[in-house]
Design a protein around this ligand. Structure first.
Ligand SMILES: Cc1cc2nc3c(=O)[nH]c(=O)nc-3n(C[C@H](O)[C@H](O)[C@H](O)COP(=O)(O)OP(=O)(O)OC[C@H]3O[C@@H](n4cnc5c(N)ncnc54)[C@H](O)[C@@H]3O)c2cc1C
Length: 291
């Protein structure tokens, strides 16, 4: 199907994009890679009056590591994330997104703003306790990952706000596991495990409206040996805890029980990866078939 009619505004800078959204009075949408927005328009799930194209806005595609954090502009493409080696976890996860054509156009900011509960990058942002920077008519603000995802396809961003940049803390050790029906499909269930010092965060994608942080940090601390090596018993107990903690619903991709079983297995795999790697040098052993 063709998209419904809209007018098109090519933003020259962030302030211009914000002004164009404000002028549209709730009927404007940012156009980034278009890999989610265009299908949404074609399916008539949205009918914005104005598309505000931010692809020519200077400075939104910068990517740099500083003091243990990867700072990425909203327009950084999934291919660029998959190719960089400063944050191996996000590189591995980006390699699982769709196919080459989608990764070449799709952007980090677009994925986070779109807030698909099965998408890889929102789960990584939450596992890493990252944050986004947002510009709006009233100025700029920083939104923590824990507050960004409000519901399925719903973020904390207002209609007239633009996501400009992303902070992704680089974990000391990490693991990523995903099950999808076919190569390039969205995850049925994905699990991201990230360790920062003695804190472990495990996030499950595909089991709720937002990326699910298992048990809260305190609950996991009780099962995790305080930053020490994770043995097979610990991994099994943490996988049990993750499977108990999620409350998935049944849909055409699988029953709630199936998703719970996948949560157990993907958590076991992600934590086994994390335990095996132990440090950031194990990037290549993590990066499996999808890239
Ligand atoms: C066949 C197919 C398979 C896919 N498979 C996967 C997959 O396995 N995993 C996955 O995660 N994704 C998948 N995607 C989606 C893809 O990753 C998209 O690139 C991503 O979800 C959105 O990024 P985008 O840059 O294309 O955003 P767009 O499509 O341009 O925008 C998406 C939404 O975010 C808003 N938005 C975009 N940028 C900003 C910004 N800077 N500030 C405020 N709002 C903004 C837009 O207004 C729109 O509402 C798939 C897409 C297709 C078509």
């Amino acid at each position: 199907m063709k998209c419904p009619p809209f007018s098109y505004h090519r933003a020259t800078d962030v302030a211009d994009a914000v002004a164009a959204l404000a002028d549209a009075d709730g009927e404007g949408k940012i156009l980034a890679g278009g890999q989610s927005l265009v299908p949404v328009l074609a399916l008539r799930r949205a009918r914005p009056d104005v598309l505000v194209d931010v692809n020519r806005v200077p400075g939104l595609a910068d990517l740099a590591g500083r003091e243990g954090v990867l700072h990425a502009g909203a327009l950084v493409r999934h291919t660029a994330l998959a190719a960089q080696d400063g944050h191996p976890l996000v590189a591995a996860a980006a390699g699982w997104i769709g196919h080459t054509a989608i990764r070449s156009r799709g952007t980090l900011g677009g994925s986070l703003a779109h807030a698909d509960p099965a998408a890889e990058l929102p789960a990584v942002l939450r596992a890493c306790a990252g944050a986004v920077h947002v510009a709006g008519p009233g100025g700029t603000r920083r939104v923590d990952a824990d507050g960004l995802f409000v519901g399925a396809l719903q973020s904390d961003l207002a209609d007239d706000e633009v996501l400009t940049g992303v902070e992704l803390p680089i974990p000391d050790a990490w693991g990523f596991a995903e099950f999808a029906r076919r190569h390039g499909d969205f995850a049925v269930v994905s699990v991201v495990a990230a360790r920062f010092g003695d804190r472990l965060r495990v996030v499950v994608g595909g089991v709720a409206g937002t990326p699910h942080l298992v048990g809260g940090e305190e609950a996991l601390d009780a099962l995790d040996p305080g930053g020490g090596p994770l043995g097979p018993d610990h991994v099994d107990r943490l996988a049990d805890a993750a499977a108990d903690d999620v409350d998935p619903v049944s849909d055409l991709h699988g029953s709630a029980g199936y998703r719970r079983a996948l949560t157990h297995e993907m958590t076991r795999r992600a934590l086994t990866d994390l335990a095996r790697a132990g440090d950031r040098s194990a990037t290549s052993s993590h990066r499996r078939e999808p890239v």
